[in-house]
Design a protein around this ligand. Sequence first.
Ligand code: SAM
Length: 283
Amino acid sequence: MLSYRHAFHAGNFADVLKHLIQVEILQYLQQKEKPFVYIDTHSGAGLYSLQSAQAEKNAEFETGIGRLQDCDWPELQDYLQAVADSRPAHDQSGLTSDQLYPGSPRLGQLFLREQDRAQLFELHPQDFRLLDELMATDRRIRVEQGDGFKGLIAALPPRERRGFVLMDPPYEIKSDYELVVETLAKAHRRFATGTYALWYPVVERSRINKLEQQLKATGIARIQLFELGLSADTDGRGMTSSGMIVINPPWTLKAKMQNLLPRLSQLLAGEQGVWRCEELAGE
Ligand code: SAM
């Protein structure tokens, strides 16, 4: 039973970190003319209204994108511009750009050139339908209703031999913490030069410690970790931080995040804000 709907969380602090890094990687891939593929294993609906009942329920976007709208930091401009550009040309909702927030597939689409393509997986029937409609006229993009873990393996290696995989499961099923590592290891064996970004929530720190150990044990090289949180770890329920683990990151990413994360955590959460920027595996 799938109960997770990303509409409740769109634009929150976790989306900010995830999408900021996603934009960095996509821009890096654009630096060469050669085509690339963007694969999104857990896509969601692709575009969200920040005025929907779901988004307004806990108003999570207020401590995420809501805090950044007027921010003029140069390091955030590419991400903020992509968020602003995310409204589709044919959008008839009447919502303005600052009332909409893009999902990862929409951000991916914004960075595709004529020679690039994307493969998007989504399991939930309703979100799949919304995503399929959003991408319907774009012949560079294939949307599949199916399991993104299995779909990823079947899609590798890509014919372009250049690509970026975003893996963003909801972790509703606790075995996902193991499955992400198994799937990344399998994917990396098929396509070792690809860039992979895995999102994770910090709800119980012990699960993340284990995930990090398991990833290190795969022997995969070049792994970096970036984490951002609204408060320190607790024993209570709920997500306090979230992170992105990036395999084969752009060489510029770590220095940029090292500089940005302390300030970003402060901007989103004041003195309570926390962050990490680490290398899990070197060259
Ligand atoms: N990546 C999206 C973004 O950043 O905008 C958000 C994705 S949301 C965290 C996770 C999505 O994965 C949900 O829409 C859920 O329905 C979907 N999902 C859950 N299990 C899946 C699976 N095995 N394969 C593909 N999609 C799945």
